[in-house]
Design a protein around this ligand. Structure first.
Ligand code: WTA
Length: 644
């Protein structure tokens, strides 16, 4: 029996209680049009919409459009509309890598910075619809850069600062960016990350970029290319703080964010203006039960979608105070999160299971020496949270006082789709619980047949919600093929799920060739193509394996070219190679040299078998008789390596 933790009202009255949730959910499903006609008014529109929902997942009339004749501007919703009521309230608390290295930016200050920054972009020739790439640490200027793009209608594409120059170059070229915003260096966990130097390398392979704007972060002396590279502070010195916001159609692109899928290179997920903002706004408001004056801390980097929706757009559109953290959970020690929560008076804290598991392992005393009195709500995102980690988070971090919102969603969904609402939903450790209003999950079997009641299968969403991605940048056909053809007429998430007798959802993880490493998505195909790019590698197959801290680790099988010797040095070199090609998140945890890979007679690699070997579950490998050479399996099992 799983334990159920009853939703208890906070000393203040619950903003949404059980009855309210039930009523809203029922209304949203019965008549989405009316529900969102009202729901879309949570943001300010310079031209109100009359159209609301215009969507179909069927091939014949495939379209996803929300609020299509309305006009709005994201920066106005995140800044201008708060000036009168909360201009002097802190919008962003920046917490640097060193504890107490803190800076506060008010809404009024941020508004003025964003307007100046927008004028800088304009002066560099950036126009509505142009793509601007951000490769930045977690500094307030990063949020200002995002908002400056939205102010003038430029489309931002943020590339996580942990990605390699090659990965950055690919993303620059794919969306045809002309301008990059970066910093001299990042500072993380006491180490420096050579962001500007990485940009310089990337630009050798991204000839379309003609302008680089550099933010001073570490103060390092970095080479500047005359006529191409400019310091932000120099440009801002001459910029006017007066910049009228560009009125944007609801369906005008807002941002591109690259994410890994099961095949091919990362896709540029495109979100548009109106629907995305409505979704980021309402999910932030309801899932975190945000109350005026509270301090909200989401530990995600803005290089991931969680940072977009819950460090910047959700909090700022609600007039919240949001923390931007430029450090890591274990620097200078394992008490960093809890010490910072006390110092900044954090009320709502949102992090990933991988961080919770890593800190849990270090013992309770790092937590218990802090007070955490200010905490009211805890959140989890990015991967399934195992019940042990959930319990520790609830009991030790939250002193059993704080509801945990386990929020399931994806880059593609724009914001949270399945999650408890604090004080409204009874909690079960490890379950993301119930869909938010407007979200219609369906569980299907491999053939796409709907499975009812308590069951397990593949998670689809049957109807559109405003925050849904609209296309893959430059490849609308890939968008349709990837998400709407596996189970025609439905959006397929790529996740497996179980539903219990109470209608609660339990996400079991990816059912496709995507590995979730510490909450970061990696496509197996991407790691494989990095490996085969090495001159000694003939072939590679990559699968996920269970990992105590990271959730999943990367297990690579590598076949060398004839004549190349499998040595420990070469193993280390190949791991380093992947790290350099893609970035540290892609480094294989285990790398096994394989004289041959299990293939069918038609040459298809049987990943099912490779997964089982990586998981050390070799007692039941299933049917191997269809393999071209079944003996390769015995060799692989015998030579399986134990990951470090
Ligand atoms: C996984 C991150 C279980 C899931 C917001 C999804 C989760 C992928 C949860 C998306 C959760 C995210 N419980 N699994 N609460 N949240 N996932 O695009 O497999 O980086 O498909 O978006 O993370 O990862 P992405």
């Amino acid at each position: 029996m799983t334990q159920t933790i009853h939703a208890a009202p906070h000393d203040a009255v619950a903003q949404v209680d059980k009855a309210e949730y039930d009523a809203r959910y029922a209304a949203s499903v019965a008549d989405p049009e009316s529900y969102w006609r009202e729901g879309g008014r949570c943001i300010d529109w310079s031209r109100p919409y009359t159209e609301v929902k215009d969507t179909s997942f069927d091939e014949a009339d495939f379209r996803i459009r929300w609020f299509a004749d309305g006009q709005t501007n994201v920066s106005v919703n995140c800044l201008d509309r708060h000036l009168e009521t909360r201009g002097d309230q802190t919008a962003i608390i920046w917490e640097g890598d060193e504890p107490g290295e803190t800076r506060k930016v008010t809404y009024r200050e941020l508004h003025s910075q964003v307007c100046c920054f927008a004028n800088v972009l304009k002066s560099k020739g950036v126009k509505k619809g142009d793509r601007v790439t951000l490769y930045l640490p977690m500094v307030p200027e990063a949020a200002a850069a995002m908002l400056a793009c939205t102010r003038i209608g430029a489309i931002h594409s943020i590339v996580f600062g942990g990605f390699s120059p090659d990965s950055l170059a690919n993303r620059l070229v794919d969306c045809d960016s002309r301008l990059v915003i970066t910093a001299d260096e990042g500072c993380r966990g006491g180490k420096r990350i050579p962001l500007k130097a990485n940009v310089d390398k990337a630009l050798d392979h991204a000839p379309g970029v003609d302008t680089v704007i550099v933010i001073r972060r570490s103060g390092a002396d970095v080479p500047m290319v005359e006529g191409r590279d400019f310091w932000l502070h120099d440009l801002l010195a001459d910029a006017s703080p007066d910049c009228p916001a560009e009125p944007m159609d609801a369906e005008d692109p807002l941002f591109i964010l690259y994410t890994s899928g099961s095949t091919g290179k990362p896709k540029g997920v495109l979100h548009t203006t109106g629907g995305y903002l409505v979704w980021a706004h309402t999910t932030f408001r309801d899932v975190f039960d945000y109350r005026d004056g509270e301090v909200f801390w989401c530990t995600a980097d803005i290089g991931w979608v969680t940072g977009h929706s819950y460090v910047v757009y959700g909090p700022l559109s609600n007039g919240a105070t949001t923390v931007m953290f430029d450090g890591v959970p274990n620097y200078p020690d394992h008490g960093r999160f809890w010490e910072t929560i006390d110092r900044l008076g954090v009320n709502i804290f949102y992090t990933a299971p991988t961080a919770i598991r890593a800190l849990m392992r270090e013992g309770d005393s790092w937590v218990t020496k802090s007070s955490r009195k200010s905490l009211r709500i805890l959140g989890s995102v990015g991967e399934p949270i195992n019940p042990e980690a959930w319990d520790w988070y609830h009991r030790v971090v939250g002193d059993r006082r704080c509801p945990i919102v386990d929020t399931w969603w994806q880059t593609e969904t724009g914001g949270i789709l399945i999650s408890p609402l604090p004080y409204a939903t009874d909690l079960k450790p490890g379950s993301a619980t119930k869909p938010l209003p407007g979200v219609q999950p369906m569980i299907v079997d491999a053939e796409g047949k709907e499975l009812e009641g308590a069951t397990e299968g593949n998670l689809c969403i049957t109807d559109s919600w405003p925050g849904q991605m609209r296309t893959v940048w430059g490849d609308h056909d890939r968008f349709f093929q990837t998400y709407f053809t596996t189970y025609p007429g439905k959006y397929f998430t790529g996740d497996g799920v179980r539903r219990d007798a109470d209608g609660y959802y339990w996400i079991t993880g990816r059912v496709d060739d995507v590995i979730n490493v510490s909450g970061h998505r990696m496509g197996t195909a991407e790691v494989e193509s990095a490996l085969v790019a090495h001159p000694k590698v003939a072939e590679a197959a990559v699968v996920g394996m269970p990992h105590d801290i990271k959730g999943q680790g990367i297990y690579a099988y590598v076949t060398l070219n004839a004549g190349d010797e499998p040595t420990d040095d070469l193993r280390a070199e190949l791991r380093q190679w992947v790290r350099k090609e893609i970035g540290p998140v892609a480094t294989p945890d285990a790398l096994q040299f394989a004289p041959g890979l299990p293939k069918t007679r038609s040459g298809k690699i049987m990943r099912r078998i490779l997964r089982k070997i990586a998981e050390n579950d070799t007692s039941n490998l299933g049917d191997t008789s269809t393999l071209a050479d079944p003996s390769v399996v015995d060799t692989l099992v015998a030579e399986r390596i134990r990951p470090a």
